[in-house]
Design a protein around this ligand. Structure first.
Ligand SMILES: Nc1ncnc2c1ncn2[C@@H]1O[C@H](COP(=O)(O)O)[C@@H](OP(=O)(O)O)[C@H]1O
Ligand SMILES: [Mg+2]
Ligand SMILES: [Mg+2]
Ligand SMILES: [Mg+2]
Length: 414
């Protein structure tokens, strides 16, 4: 399959498919029908496999107050994962990833954002819809982006058609408008979905780990999170540096406040409860960090690990798959220390942090404060983010603060 690559001023857009001819759609007229959807005719018919009513019945049966939202969230990220998997396979075959030399955004980032937002809108009926998501349509509205926009439109429509849950198709204007559904500012009141359509885009382009990360904020607190990790081994990363153990690949982590955390396969095995590891001696611990040294200072994390007495080398993987792996005990610690001046975004941590806390772990900033997701699109925090189990947290915090102090002292002598 030939790959088409378009370079725009502030983004790298990768189209990797021999794109299909749009097929005829059955009309989808049930309210609320977003105005940007294309209708084949005006005759009414509905064809969702999981209707809001069906989801609501499951919610009442489970005793989980967010069960309907959880079911909708899982369905949304699973649909988006299908699109991402298709694109990633084609990118790998075409070798396009070598050209990604700056903050990338691909057709899959946009496509995933559209599918998740759309699927949630269709399946979650309660209250106004608010989505805080990473991507916007600015680049796609510029001259020269027409072909990419057409590719995204075809990719999204083809994924919806193949999945079969919704009989609708998007117009190009609908695609732009759907991306911009993610422009909400979030905040301390009401409900807001928080989405990273592809977290770890650099990993995605390398053919490595990435995640579709979706969370729900309710009155400023994360109450639900799902992480679709299409390339993560289902049972465990029991090897250094993200190598798989050869078992089934494709994990879907989920957590709801007060209800624990689970993992299931992306293609639908029953959920299994997960918990963080019980290691209490750092000598036996291993730690996760970003693959990209631009995203987290590997020197500082090395010094923290040394102070703790950690023997194992760092496990470097992309995306919030790190939170998922930590939550099921594949490793004991996650360290993230961005370079000075970087502001963390809520979609990079909302889903992952609740998966870890509901698995019995703790996630804080470098000063030991809880992460505050109620301040809008950014996290306002002290220096870095750390996560581990309750046993290791006191010694981890001490090591972090010592290492930061030493680094600051060394910097002041320069
Ligand atoms: N200079 C920087 N420092 C820290 N994080 C950064 C960064 N530049 C980008 N990021 C964030 O790091 C995320 C990936 O994290 P990780 O290293 O754990 O894979 C990116 O998410 P996206 O890939 O969604 O853009 C992006 O939000
Ligand atoms: Mg990005
Ligand atoms: Mg991200
Ligand atoms: Mg992203």
């Amino acid at each position: 399959m030939a790959a088409r690559v378009g370079l725009l001023p502030h983004a790298i857009l990768v189209s990797s498919r021999a794109l299909p001819t749009p097929r005829a759609r059955v009309p989808y007229p049930l309210p609320p029908v977003p105005s940007y959807l294309r209708h084949a005719s005006s005759s009414a018919s509905r064809s969702c496999r999981a209707s809001p009513r069906f989801v609501a019945v499951r919610a009442m049966a489970s005793g989980n107050p967010y069960a309907a939202e959880l079911a909708a969230a899982k369905k949304a990220v699973t649909l988006a994962a299908k699109l991402c998997q298709t694109v990633q396979q084609d990118i790998m075959h075409s070798g396009v990833q070598a050209k990604a030399d700056k903050s990338p955004v691909t057709v899959a980032d946009y496509g995933s954002q559209i599918l998740v937002g759309f699927s949630l809108k269709m399946d979650v009926s309660s209250g106004p819809f608010s989505l805080v998501a990473e991507e916007d349509s600015d680049e796609l509205r510029k001259d020269g982006a027409e072909e990419i926009l057409e590719d995204i439109t075809d990719l999204v429509n083809e994924t919806i058609f193949d999945d079969g849950s919704y009989n609708i198709s998007f117009t190009k204007e609908g695609i732009l408008s759907a991306i911009d559904d993610g422009k909400s500012e979030g905040g301390p009141s009401g409900r807001h979905w928080v989405l990273d359509p592809i977290d770890g885009t650099k990993g995605f382009l390398r053919g490595d780990q990435y995640a579709i990360a979706l969370a729900l904020l309710d009155e400023g607190k994360v109450v639900l999170g799902v992480l679709a990790c299409p390339n993560l081994p289902l049972s465990s990363i029991n090897n250094i540096n993200g190598n798989s153990s050869g078992d089934k690949v494709g994990a879907l982590f989920s957590a709801t406040i007060g209800c624990g955390a689970q993992v299931e396969s992306l293609d639908g095995s029953p959920p299994q409860k997960i918990s963080v590891c019980s290691i209490d001696n750092p000598v036996n611990a291993s730690f996760f960090e970003s693959y990209e040294s631009a995203h987290s200072m590997h020197d500082l994390t090395g010094s923290i690990a040394e102070k703790l007495g950690v023997q194992a080398p760092p496990v470097r993987i992309d995306s919030q798959a790190k939170y998922g792996a930590l939550a099921r005990g594949d490793g004991a610690i996650y360290l993230r220390f961005p370079h000075k001046g970087y502001r963390e975004k809520i979609w990079d941590h909302a889903a992952g942090s609740i998966v870890v806390t509901e698995a019995g772990g703790i996630v804080t900033d470098a000063a030991g404060n809880d992460l505050d997701f109620s301040k809008g699109r950014f996290l306002d925090l002290d220096t870095g983010i750390i996560a581990t189990n309750k046993e290791l947290m006191p010694s981890l915090l001490k090591a972090v603060q010592e290492a930061i102090k030493e680094t600051n002292q060394a910097a002041s002598l320069l």
